[in-house]
Design a protein around this ligand. Structure first.
Ligand code: PHE
Length: 453
């Protein structure tokens, strides 16, 4: 039985058959990790803000948005899987916990025209006016997902949006064409500027494939101009931050880098998002691995049109903060970000990247649960994930499918999940975990309609 209303951050909403936001999740909306100055996520946020001084900075926008903001305004199709209640936390059919910071793109762009001061006033560095033309939004985002060391149903993103007057872009393109014609293209100057940005091979970045097309509203040159600007900015940001991280680690373990200067190769993989085209996924090679850190692209012109900014063209990126923070600070488990244990929180200070020192790991306790899938209802794994979270809170470290088979005669499917319980700050007793596991089993029968084996 659902309550008729639920309250999020002091506002009451009516519930309906879409409502699936759990109390555990709703609690997280008030944690405000990005505002705790010594929290690794807040430190990273500030480092990124600093790299974009001429952008308006938002980190204060409520996670409760309309379905329109999160999906429709960005051109998500009616049947896009992201809309599904198995992936998204709904407050009700029309209201949800944002699944990405892109939910604020249209609203913030349009705030300029609509003189929406209430919204614009949330910007921190008001000197960056006009605050709807270039902005960053850092925020908590919510997605129903599996449970393991790198997935948590709440995480943080940084959205970047930068728009240009199309007339100005045309102007710059004309001037560049003149200059190239005069000096013989790829002259010494061009080579020098390529050298300078040696981390970014900008020549790769303008390649725009068939499956990743320039929008019909844009010329190829315009789109390339915007994409190059975006890639240069993102590249600079990432290099600045990783350089800081390497410097911090050097002082502790003396990591050698080539020619004394760290290098971070970057690559851009073609991607698809409903609200950008062309689109890319940015990956950085760091400590032996290609790390996928953000989606980005040239903003759909229809969004600019809807914002009353048809005369402008822009780029956007959406950057996950946890992944990078785990790397920079050497944080091994995503749950630690939510820890209030002073052995975690006291290790960090504003404007500093330092390597997390693991405090003793407490023994884990593992329980398996085997069951037959319901034959009438559909079974969604994420329902099980939420159920375990509701019952065990942050004592659950991972839930993994370890076996699945169909009975040859009955055709029924059996699954076995392994639940790993482990506290980050104390030893758990087998007794207490048994009680939790019993409760999980009971709820699985009652709520998910499975038959335990
Ligand atoms: N919002 C996208 C995501 O969460 C990332 C993105 C942002 C992609 C902006 C393109 C432009 O996956």
């Amino acid at each position: 039985k659902k309550a008729d209303t639920i309250s999020v951050l002091g506002t009451t909403y009516s519930t309906d058959e879409w409502t699936n936001a759990t109390p555990t999740i709703l609690e997280k909306t008030g944690r405000n990790l990005l505002h705790q100055h010594s929290h690794p996520l807040a430190i990273l946020k500030e480092l990124i803000f600093k790299e974009f001084p001429e952008f308006a900075h938002y980190d204060n926008i409520s996670p409760v948005v309309s379905t329109y903001q999160n999906f429709d305004s960005l051109g998500f199709s009616e049947d896009h899987p992201g809309r599904s209640a198995t992936d998204t936390y709904y407050i009700n059919q029309k209201t949800l916990l944002r699944t990405h910071t892109s939910a604020h793109q249209l609203q913030l762009l349009a705030a300029g025209k609509q003189k929406d001061d209430q919204l614009l006033r949330l910007a921190k560095n008001r000197a960056a006016a006009p605050m709807n033309e270039r902005f960053l939004v850092a925020a908590d985002v919510y997605r129903r997902d599996e449970i393991d060391a790198s997935h948590y149903p709440v995480f943080h993103q940084m959205e970047g949006v930068c728009t240009f007057s199309r007339a100005e872009v045309q102007d710059q393109l004309r001037q560049k064409a003149l200059k190239d014609a005069g000096s013989g293209a790829h002259g010494a100057e061009a080579a020098a500027s390529q050298q300078e940005g040696s981390v970014a091979k900008l020549s790769d970045t303008t390649e725009i494939g068939k499956d990743n097309p320039v929008q019909p509203e844009h010329t190829a040159e315009e789109a390339a101009f915007v994409a190059e600007h975006m890639k240069k900015m993102m590249n600079n940001m990432v290099v600045q931050i990783l350089t800081k991280a390497v410097a911090a680690q050097k002082s502790t373990n003396d990591v050698a880098s080539k020619e004394g200067r760290p290098e971070f190769p970057v690559r851009w993989i073609d991607a698809f998002f409903p609200f950008t085209s062309p689109s890319w996924e940015m990956e950085v090679f760091f400590q032996g691995e290609w790390l996928e850190i953000c989606g980005c692209g040239v903003m759909k012109q229809s969004i600019m049109d809807d914002a009353g900014m048809s005369d402008r063209i822009g780029w956007a990126f959406g950057f996950g903060l946890e992944r990078l923070a785990m790397l920079l600070f050497g944080i091994p488990d995503i749950r630690l970000f939510w820890s209030t244990d002073p052995r975690f929180t006291d290790q960090f200070a504003p404007d500093r990247i330092n390597t997390f020192k693991q405090f003793s790991r407490h023994p884990a306790c593992t329980k398996d649960v085997s069951f037959w899938l319901p034959t009438s209802d559909e079974f969604h794994e994420n329902d099980l994930m939420d159920l375990v979270r509701e019952t065990a809170g942050d004592l659950v470290e991972g839930v993994k499918l370890i076996d699945s088979f169909a009975h040859p005669k009955s055709g029924k499917t059996s699954r076995c999940y392994r639940i790993n319980y482990c506290s980050m700050d104390r030893n758990v007793t087998n007794e207490e975990i048994n009680a939790i596991q019993d409760h999980v089993r009971e709820l699985m029968v009652n709520r998910l309609g499975v038959a335990l084996r």
